[in-house]
Design a protein around this ligand. Structure first.
Ligand code: MG
Length: 208
C-alpha cells in the first residue's frame, strides 16, 4: 500500500509516559515516519545490525479519507475513512541517546519496515473508537494491554491540532500513541498486535 505522510503521536497514554520517565505533555508530541517504513500484515520487521534495543509499540492508526486544514474537532472524524492496527517500531537505545543531546527521532523511528500496519477497515464499522481494547503479544506472551479511552488527546483533538499546522491529505496516516508495556523485540520473534474489532497485525522479526 502507498500512503501519504505518517504522523505519529508520542506520549499519549499516561502509563507509557511513566514507564519512559517523561513529563506529561500539554500539547500533542508529533513526529513523522517516511512512507518507505510502511509494511503490511505478515511482512517481516528488519532490524539493522548494531542499533541496540528495538521496541514494539501498538497504536490505533487513523487513515484520512478527506483532506483538510484547520479541521474543527466536531468535524474531525468525518475526515477519517478507516482505521487499522499500527506498530510504531522504535530503535529505543538510539532514541534515548538522541533525546539526551536534543537530536530528532527521524532515524530511530523511520527505518525501513518500522511502520507495520494491518489492512484498514472502514471507520463506519467501528462502534466507538474511544473504547477499543489494544493487546500486543510477543511470541504469544502478553506485553501491552490498554484501551483507547486512556488517551490523553482524543483522535478528534489530534486531527484538529495536527491540521492547524500540517495540511492533512487523503491517504495520510495518524498513529495515535501507545499504552504501557513496550518491550524489546529480536530476530526470531513474532509480534502480534490486536485491536478489538479492528484487526490483527502479525509480523515476524528478522535481522537485515
Ligand atoms: Mg509511538
Amino acid at each position: 500500500m502507498r500512503c501519504g505522510k505518517i504522523v505519529c503521536v508520542g506520549q499519549n497514554y499516561r502509563e507509557h509516559i511513566k514507564e519512559l520517565k517523561n513529563e506529561e505533555p500539554t500539547e500533542p508530541v508529533l513526529f513523522l515516519k517516511p512512507s518507505t517504513a510502511l509494511i503490511g500484515n505478515g511482512d517481516p520487521i528488519f532490524i539493522p545490525a548494531g542499533i541496540g534495543r528495538v521496541d514494539h509499540e501498538i497504536e490505533l492508526a487513523l487513515v484520512l479519507g478527506r483532506p483538510g486544514k484547520n479541521i474543527p474537532k466536531d468535524k474531525a472524524l468525518g475526515h477519517v475513512s478507516s482505521v487499522a492496527v499500527f506498530n510504531d517500531v522504535t530503535a529505543r537505545d538510539m532514541q534515548n541517546a538522541h533525546r539526551k543531546v536534543g537530536l530528532p527521532w527521524s532515524l530511530c523511528k523511520g527505518m525501513d519496515t518500522f511502520a507495520p500496519m494491518s489492512e484498514p477497515i472502514p471507520l463506519s464499522g467501528i462502534d466507538d473508537i474511544h473504547d477499543l481494547q489494544l493487546d500486543l503479544r510477543v511470541n504469544g506472551q502478553l506485553k501491552q494491554n490498554g484501551n483507547t479511552r486512556q488517551m490523553i488527546f482524543t483522535p478528534e483533538t489530534l486531527i484538529s491540532y495536527i491540521s492547524r499546522f500540517m495540511t492533512l491529505e487523503e491517504g495520510d496516516i495518524i498513529a495515535t500513541g501507545t499504552p504501557s508495556g513496550v518491550s524489546p523485540i529480536r530476530a526470531g520473534d513474532v509480534v502480534e498486535a490486536t485491536i478489538e474489532g479492528v484487526g490483527v497485525l502479525r509480523n515476524p522479526v528478522k535481522d537485515v
